[in-house]
Design a protein around this ligand. Structure first.
Ligand code: NDP
Length: 451
């Protein structure tokens, strides 16, 4: 049976674009559908604009620090509209690059919504096309809980397009996005209250990372309130009134929810082809990203494995090799390094202490907490932390956690060592780069015995 395409990809984000480009390089005839803008969450309303905002917000602290290094810096002020305009220009540029990638790789782009009709047919706009394989890479979307007045709240999607920079902001949530945006708004001069329903932010991270980030962001001026959650949001003449579950009231100009994301599966037609989903909508896949329908695959956030762009890219490449290069490859989801661009940032790879104890019983901990060198001449009190978790029988370093400037940059290299199964002895045999924060990773000799 012949089809219009060998592969039809739904969703032109990181995973979909990479899978289509690599599949095409293996000789497949490929089309991709995108209903919004090519580039996906990461490029259009995620990692990229977020990181630009983090850079923008950090300047306020840099200006303060500069004085003690001898600089006289004039009165600093920030123009939100300039930031937005320049950010939009950059996003447009990247969007253009993604279009070029698709056309240079002979991937046909349909700029409309797609729906699966049967296992080989997709409706895209007012057309029906057929394909031997279908790949779903539709990503995720913010979850806004059912709180009275939630219509007055924004998600990260809208935060990238606010007309004015709010003077007072409430951020709800304690995950990646909440922590990053609380830092962004704080650095740009807003009074920020971060509300988290649980005991400690960054659930799932190593407990020392959680505590350190909570301590450092509080020192920088974020009013972090744990065991706190809004009960209702009302509009008032002077802004928004947020009543918390404990009855206390906060007045604010904006309230941003960063309370998780859910897979984009609505209206995809998955039920037409027997593609199974989990209760949260995530598409069930095997280690090759194959769904419960034989010729239909899914990669990226829509599968809710690890919701990170580079993971989606790897899943997309493994899919292309498996299906179009005759080299079945299951992407290994262990030891994925990641960063939280909080201020200070976090870099983590491997197991947390709790996970390592659960898995191995006994573990050795090496931990160093210190004042980074840059702070020695400034009035800043920011501290940094480096922590290693070692499995004593094999001497393997099974987890590395860093809080401090450039933690995201540092953890990338450490991720290679951990992925390669490096031992503590090999870390110790590595010469430190002096004077850096990162040298602590290879200079810690005393086991940490505290909590
Ligand atoms: P997360 O799942 O990381 O965090 C969601 C937060 O919202 C948690 O603190 C959660 O609390 C809280 N929450 C959930 N539901 C409610 C509710 N009904 N009321 C109040 N609070 C609630 O999601 P994010 O939205 O921050 O990010 C989504 C994903 O995007 C991340 O998991 C990550 O994979 C990815 N991402 C990665 C980034 C990076 O690599 N730097 C940056 C941004 C996003 P609780 O802990 O109690 O469940």
């Amino acid at each position: 049976m012949s089809f219009d395409y060998d592969l039809f990809v739904i969703g032109a984000g990181s995973g979909g674009v990479r899978a289509s480009r690599i599949s095409s390089s293996f000789g497949a005839k490929v089309a991709i559908a995108e209903e919004y803008r090519v580039g996906g969450t990461c490029v259009i309303r995620g990692c990229v604009p977020k990181k630009l905002f983090v850079y923008a917000s950090h300047f306020s602290e840099d200006f303060e620090d500069a004085a003690n290094y001898g600089w006289t810096v004039g009165e600093a002020s920030h123009d939100w509209k300039t930031l937005l305009r320049n950010k939009d220009t950059e996003i447009d540029r990247l969007n253009g690059i993604y279009h070029t990638i698709l056309s240079n790789n002979n991937v046909e782009l349909y700029e409309s919504r797609a729906e699966i009709i049967d296992k080989n047919t997709v409706r895209v706009g007012d057309k029906k096309v057929t394909a031997k394989y279908i790949l779903v890479a539709t990503g995720g979307t913010p979850v806004m809980p059912d709180v009275p007045g939630i219509e007055h709240a924004i998600s990260s999607n809208e935060a990238f397009h606010l007309e004015d920079m709010p003077k007072r902001v409430v951020v709800v949530g304690g995950g990646y996005i909440a922590v990053e945006f609380a830092g962004i708004f704080n650095g740009l001069g807003a009074d920020v209250i971060q509300l988290y329903r649980g005991e400690q932010i960054l659930r799932g991270f190593d407990h020392h990372v959680q505590a350190m980030v909570a301590q450092e962001i509080t020192k920088k001026g974020i009013d972090l309130r744990v065991k706190s959650n809004p009960a209702k949001i009302e509009k008032a003449d002077t802004g928004l009134v947020v009543t918390l579950e404990d009855g206390s009231v906060i007045e604010t100009d904006a309230i941003m929810y960063a309370t998780g994301r859910r897979p984009n599966v609505d209206g995809l037609g998955l039920e037409n082809v027997g593609v199974e989903t989990k209760p949260n909508g995530a598409i069930v896949v095997d280690e090759y990203s194959r769904t419960t329908a034989d010729n239909i695959y899914a990669v990226g956030d829509v599968t809710d494995r690890i919701a990170l762009t580079p993971v989606a890219i790897h899943e997309g490449m493994a899919f292309a090799e498996t299906v179009f290069a005759g080299k079945p490859r299951a992407f290994d989801h262990s030891d994925v390094p990641s960063a939280v661009f909080s201020q200070p940032p976090v870099g983590s790879v491997g197991l947390t202490e709790a996970e390592a104890r659960e898995k191995f019983g006994e573990v050795d901990i090496y931990k160093s907490e210190f004042r980074p060198m840059k702070q020695t001449l400034t009035l800043g009190s920011e501290r940094a932390m480096v922590k290693l978790i070692v499995e004593p029988k094999s001497d393997r370093v099974v987890g590395v956690h860093i809080v401090g400037a450039d933690a995201g940059e540092i953890i990338q290299g450490i991720g290679i060592a951990v992925k390669c199964g490096a031992t503590k002895e090999q870390f110790d045999a590595t010469v430190g780069v002096h004077p850096t924060l990162a040298e602590e990773i290879v200079t810690m000799r005393e086991k940490y015995t505290g909590e």
